[in-house]
Design a protein around this ligand. Structure first.
Ligand SMILES: [Zn+2]
Length: 109
């Protein structure tokens, strides 16, 4: 452990895997801001300013799924999306390390 070059790589990978586990709240999708009419009679949105509204758009094989996001949930979704990007970046780093480790012929994991 730690003596060889690949030993160091394994350590690095372990750290990245730990960081990956920290992204447990990850959410795939993107937040879309829009505005809509609420449908209430006499509401200002009937004629004037519509209500701002946020939803999460998740792309899939059969088109996009729309998830309604309340103002209270918005921050959590935002953090989740950031966590998702971090997770991908970490996976990319782990993949590059694994290429080195496999090429070094000393993968013990
Ligand atoms: Zn309204």
């Amino acid at each position: 452990m730690g003596k060889t070059k690949t030993g160091g790589l394994s350590k690095k990978r372990q750290k990245l895997l730990e960081q990956l586990l920290e992204q447990e709240h990850l959410v795939r999708g993107s937040l879309v801001k829009t505005s809509k009419k609420c449908g209430r009679k006499g509401c200002r949105c009937e004629t004037g300013e519509k209500h701002p509204h946020v939803y999460l758009s998740v792309s899939g094989h059969n088109g996009n799924t729309i998830v309604y996001v309340t103002p209270e949930q918005e921050a959590a979704f935002r953090r989740g999306i950031i966590a998702y990007r971090k997770a991908w970046a970490l996976m990319e780093k782990i993949s590059r390390l694994n290429i080195e480790i496999i090429k070094g012929g000393q993968d013990n994991g």
